[in-house]
Design a protein around this ligand. Sequence first.
Ligand code: MG
Length: 376
Amino acid sequence: MTFIDNKEQSPEDGAFLNKENCMAAYSIREAFQEREKTFLSGFAVLSSATQGRVKPEKDCSIRTPYQMDRDRIVYSNSFRRLKHKTQVFLSPLGDHYRTRLTHTLEVSEIARNIARALRMNEDLAEAIALGHDLGHTPFGHGGETALKEIYSADFSHSDQSLRVVDVLDNKGEGLNLTREVRDGILKHSKGFGDIIPSTPGQTAMTVEGRIVRVADIIAYLNHDLDDALRSGVITCDEVPVVCRNTLGENHSERARVMIEKVVANSGPENGEFKLLLGDDILKAMTVLRRFLYEKVYRSATVHKEFVKAKRILKELFAYFISNPDKLQKELGKMEMADWDPEVDSIERAVCDLIACMTDRYALDFYYRIFLPSPQV
Ligand code: MG
């Protein structure tokens, strides 16, 4: 970042102001926001045009609203807990396997690269990406399935991510994020749906939010394949030929091709900005995703661990329903708000507690409650 000495220069010149000038006329934040107007695409969301927060706040003198959201997410307890949450391989002992935290960082990098290349608001894309998986359960999708079965078929990690930033984190106060970031977090999830969905209601209200959805898919297709090869669950020869020919032979080549193709194929069409991958890349990515579901996520090696994890979460759920005092105690240890029976059912409160747990927290608690301690 360069600070200039020319005291006559204004934010309209697209330059940063020196400290004295900022104090006199414009804040650094305002200078950034003027720069956004000159630099970003007409389809980007300007931070000065945000639809704001549920609880209105004073502007920061240095950071735009989206930069503030990004920082709030990074400083949150929920973000730090991602380091001990499973991506695919449970509580991996190998140091090089992805966790939910490193997945999130990879999504953020990919989203920022695409957003910057398309002149969208990089700060908004980054904030959405960093927050998108905050509601992920312990033990990855095995944990999510367990909560669907025990708590509600409607449980989803994307709804839970929004609940985390709205009401669970910050000791029950939530993070009070902007509407655009909250919307992007809620709409990031794709399940096994189309990589580029065509139904308007399914997609984020901003191009930046839609970029995060694609970045999430690019990230997990690449790193889950990488981790599956590392673990020996699959071999290179098993990867479908169309994927190897179209996307490349290694992790960095595949990620680069996908990112470059999104940037090259996306653009305005009939007054809206379309994110597109190109038919050949979309087909190869769809084949790769189906391959991962069949050979990795539903493989005997991965699935048998998920079955064990589901059993642990089901037993913990039943334990807390029967022991509300222990529920309150654990909520306190997790720095979450006390359960208020007038606001939430006990099932809702237990679901929130379990969804917030890391793999190791759930395992440690399970051992303490259900397994005998040896006398020393
Ligand atoms: Mg994700």
